[in-house]
Design a protein around this ligand. Sequence first.
Ligand SMILES: Nc1ncnc2c1ncn2[C@@H]1O[C@H](COP(=O)(O)OP(=O)(O)OP(=O)(O)O)[C@@H](O)[C@H]1O
Ligand SMILES: [Mg+2]
Length: 480
Amino acid sequence: MSQRLLPVIIILLFVFAERDLAFAALLTGSVETGNAAGAMRLFLPGVLFITAVQAVVKQKKGEKGQGKVSKQFTSQQQLQKEIAERKRMEEELRAAHQKLLDIIEFLPDATFVIDKDKKVTAWNRAMEEMTGVPKKEIIGKGDYVYSIPLYGKKQSVLIDLIASDDQETKDRYDYVEKRGNTFYAEAFVPYVFERKGAFLLVTASPLFDNEGNVVGAIESIRDITERKLAEEKLQHTVHELRKTQSVVIEREKLAIIGQMAAGMAHEIRNPLTSVRGFAQLLKEKCPDNDTLENYVSIIIDEVNQANSVITNFLQLARPKQPVLKLHSVNELIGEILTIVEPHAFINNIELTFERAKDLPLCMLDRDQIKQVLLNMCRNAIEAMPDGGKIAIASGQFSDEKEIFIDITDTGCGIPKDKMHNIGVPFYSTKDEGTGLGLSISYSIIHAHKGRVEVKSTLGRGTRFRIILPYTWENEKSDKS
Ligand SMILES: Nc1ncnc2c1ncn2[C@@H]1O[C@H](COP(=O)(O)OP(=O)(O)OP(=O)(O)O)[C@@H](O)[C@H]1O
Ligand SMILES: [Mg+2]
C-alpha cells in the first residue's frame, strides 16, 4: 500500500464510521510507524471534522426519528383524551338520567314516561300506588299497555295525543285543553285505586333531545276526587241556596197575593153568592123558557168557576195546615179513581193502578192529598186530548222510609225549557187554566214534608212522582 494512501484510507474508514477498524489499523500497526506521524497529522483534524459531520448527521437522523415518534405519541394522547372525555360525558349523561329518574320516582303525582316507540321507560312510586302495578312489570312494555291499569283495556290515553292529536282520545275526558306543548284533561278513571275509581287531573308533555326532536312523552296524574266532591257539594249547596232563595221570594210574593186575595175574596165572594142565588131563583121562576134557562145555567157555571178560582187563590196564599192522621195511600188512590174513571172513559183514556203490597200507613191530610192526586190526574187527562193511558202506581223506598205515588201519562210532555215553570203559580199553557193546580199541590206536599219529582219527554209523556215520608209516628203497614 502506498504510504500516502494510508492516512486517506484511515480518514475514509472514519468517514464511514468504521472507527474501530481505523483505530485497529492504527493500533495493529498496519500503518507503518514511520508514516504514523504523518498519518496522525492528517488524522486528528480529520477525526475532528468527521466526528463533527457524524454528530450533525446523527443529530439530523435523531431529530427525524424523534419527530415521527412524538407525532405518533401526540395522536395517541389525543385519542386517550377524547375517550376519557367521552366517558366523562357518558357518565354525566347517565348521572343526569338517573337524577331525572330519581326526581320522577319521588314526584308526588303519579307519573310515567314513554319513548318514541310508546314503550314505558319510567313508572314512579305514586303510579305504582295508584294502579297497583309495580314498575318491574311494566318498564319496557309498549302497545298501550299503560292504559290497562287505568281503564281495564288497551286504548290511547292523554299521553298519546303528543304523537297524534285525535278526537276519539279527547272524547274519553270531560275536557281537554292544550297550552303550549302540554295537554291538560280531567276525567273519572274507573280502574285506579283497586277499581274504586277516582277523578283525575292529567297532564301530558313531549320530551325533547338536545336538537329539539321529540323523543318521548311524560304523563302526570293527580287525584282530584276530594276537590271534585267538594266542588259538587258546593254546587249542591249553591243550588239549594238558590232554591231556598226562590222559595223565599215566592213566599213573599204569595204573602202579598194572600193579603190581596183575602181582601178580594171578601169583596167578590159575597156579591158572587148573591148573583148565584138570584140566578138559581130565576131558573126556578121560568121553568118553561129554554133559552132563559140556558143563559141562567151559563151564569151559574161562570160564577162557580170564579168562585173556585178565588178559593184556589186563597188556598195557595194561605195554605191550611194539614190535619194529619194515619191513612192508607192505596185506599186514597182507590177513592180518587172512582172520580177520575168517568172522565178518563169519556176522553178515551185507559186508567190502570198498580198497587204496592204491604205499604206502610202514612200520616196524611186525606182531603189535601186527594186534591193533589185529582189535580195531577186532571192534568194528565188534559195532556191527552186524543186519548192515551194513565198509569198510577204506589211503592216504597224502604231505605229512605218513604212511599211514592206515580202518575204517568202518555200525553204531550213538557218541553225541557219549560220544566222550571212547573209548579210556579199562574204558569199555564191552557186557555182556561189558572196555573194554580200544581202550585197548590206542591205546597200541600211540602207541608207533608214530602216532595214532587217530574220526568217528561216531549211528545211521549210525563211522570209526576209524589214522595211522602212514612216515619211520622209508627210504621204500621197497609195489608189492603
Ligand atoms: N201531565 C202533564 N203533561 C203535560 N203538561 C203538564 C202536565 N201537568 C201539568 N202540565 C203543564 O203545567 C202547567 C201548569 O199546570 P197546573 O195544573 O198548575 O195549571 P193548569 O192545569 O194549566 O191550570 P189549572 O190546574 O188551574 O186548571 C199546565 O198548563 C201544563 O202546561
Ligand atoms: Mg191543572
